[in-house]
Design a protein around this ligand. Structure first.
Ligand code: AP5
Ligand code: MG
Length: 306
């Protein structure tokens, strides 16, 4: 799309040296081998032993980097739960909760929902995961959120174990976004050139119509990308200095490139995580944290309860 490629050039040119540096940074340059930072010796976590290590992972990356797509793939294959900040907000918005009413305009215009709302909404859901393996997608997005999350988890002696940074070039992302369609009730993501629905315009599982996200247009997307560089990318430097958390950067343009690296990281560091007997299918945005390994409801929760 012409407007999107213009946008890509504009973003490259207009970003400040500090904010554009991520694509050329030490983090991006050291994408392989996977480990940029190892937990320091003597870190006092309760799960240092490989047999009972718990995955508490952030899926980190620019808007459209593939956080949702790759998290779903992990959750479908492995005994891992996931929580997406964006999906949760869209659920609040759809259900017209107080949080949803406060977030609606901010999300539609590509801004960031205030930190205090986000930390409350996320930790109330996260606490229900207890000692399960989990992935958090889209939170934290500011240093304040990152520090509050660390404090919250360390108070429970359950610090983050891993941050996976999906390092995808702006141009690649911009072309993907114009092709993205979603099934709003479940959060399932499709892409007209990469991951097409079986029937054009309809969800594979329910047959319901697919929609465009209101924030997936060039103008708003440009704001989301700028917001990432200004507020979210500093978290990479923060995590590179963390005592407990391993920061891993994965580069690639296609899932064929990124997926095997991601899977190798998880399997190598968490050999105790089991594969599911059969692939999971999401039916609602909160499914990922409502079902146990066999798909039985495990935790009852609705957006409004957070
Ligand atoms: P959120 O929904 O989290 O949006 P985002 O971070 O901007 O990320 P996206 O969901 O757009 O992208 P993604 O990385 O999940 O990529 P996807 O897998 O879909 O947040 C939305 C808004 O909520 C924010 O703007 C903000 O307002 C608010 N918000 C959320 N969290 C907040 C927080 N913590 N604090 C404050 N406000 C917050 O993939 C993208 C496309 O690429 C798809 O079409 C997909 O099919 C395709 N694709 C994926 N992988 C590949 C591949 N390997 N090859 C080819 N195509 C691929
Ligand atoms: Mg997403």
């Amino acid at each position: 799309m012409a407007s999107l490629s213009k946008l890509a050039s504009a973003l490259r040119v207009s970003s400040s040296p500090g904010s554009r540096s991520i694509a050329h940074s030490a983090f991006a340059g050291k994408a392989l081998p996977f480990y940029l930072h190892s937990p320091r010796a003597g870190a006092n976590t309760s799960d240092q032993n490989d047999d009972n290590k718990v995955l508490r992972m952030l899926m980190f990356g620019k808007p459209g980097a593939g956080k949702g797509t790759l998290s779903s793939r992990l959750v479908n294959k492995y005994d891992i739960l996931s929580l997406s900040a964006g999906d949760l907000l869209r659920q609040h918005i759809a259900e017209r909760t107080d949080v949803g009413r406060q977030a609606e305009e901010i999300v539609a215009s590509g801004g960031l929902v205030p930190d205090d709302i986000m930390i409350r909404v996320i930790t109330s859901k996260l606490d229900a995961f207890h000692d399960k393996h989990w992935i958090l997608d889209g939170f934290p997005r500011t240093l304040v959120q990152g520090k509050l999350l660390d404090t919250h988890l360390e108070n429970q002696n359950a610090p983050l174990s891993m941050v996976v940074n999906l390092d995808v070039a702006d141009e690649v992302i911009l072309s993907r976004i114009s092709d993205r369609w979603i099934h709003l009730p479940s959060g399932r993501v499709y892409n007209m050139s990469y991951n097409r629905p079986k029937v054009h315009g309809f969800d594979d599982e329910t047959g319901e119509p697919l929609t465009k996200r209101p924030d997936d247009n060039p103008e708003v997307f440009s704001r989301r990308l700028k917001q990432f560089y200004a507020s979210t990318s500093p978290l990479l430097s923060y995590y590179s200095k963390s005592k407990f958390t391993r920061l891993i950067s994965l580069q690639g343009e296609t899932s064929e490139e990124i997926w095997p690296k991601l899977e190798a990281c998880i399997r190598g560091s968490f050999p105790n995580i089991r594969e599911r007997a059969s692939a999971r299918r999401r039916h609602s945005l909160s499914d990922a944290f409502m079902s146990d390994d066999e798909g039985r409801p495990a935790i009852k929760t609705r957006a409004g309860s957070g």
